[in-house]
Ligand binder design. Structure first.
Ligand SMILES: [Zn+2]
Ligand SMILES: [Zn+2]
Length: 91
């Protein structure tokens, strides 16, 4: 089995991760893992709001029946509290 095609280049707004995944059919690194944890975790899931790739489960997912969103974009209603818990200390 060949290795999956992957594009490890940084996020490019002109050719965002949705295009890379859907149009090019390649894997891209989760941008949250990349930027916050400096690690590469390939994914084919992307955020419908900011078009950045995320690893499903840990850094994003589906909000009910809505489109997939990463944890950097608070979903409307529910689940917001669970993912913004470390912000409350600053209020
Ligand atoms: Zn991640
Ligand atoms: Zn997002």
């Amino acid at each position: 089995m060949p290795d999956p095609l992957a594009n490890m280049s940084p996020f490019d707004a002109a050719h965002d991760d949705q295009k890379k995944i859907m149009d090019d059919g390649i894997w891209v690194p989760c941008r949250i893992c990349e930027e916050i944890f400096q690690r590469i975790r390939l994914t084919r899931r992307y955020c419908n709001t900011c078009k950045r790739a995320f690893c499903e489960g840990e850094h994003g997912g589906f909000s009910g029946r809505g489109p997939a969103v990463c944890v950097q974009v608070p979903p409307p209603r529910k689940a917001v509290r669970a993912i913004t818990v470390h912000v409350s200390g600053y209020l």
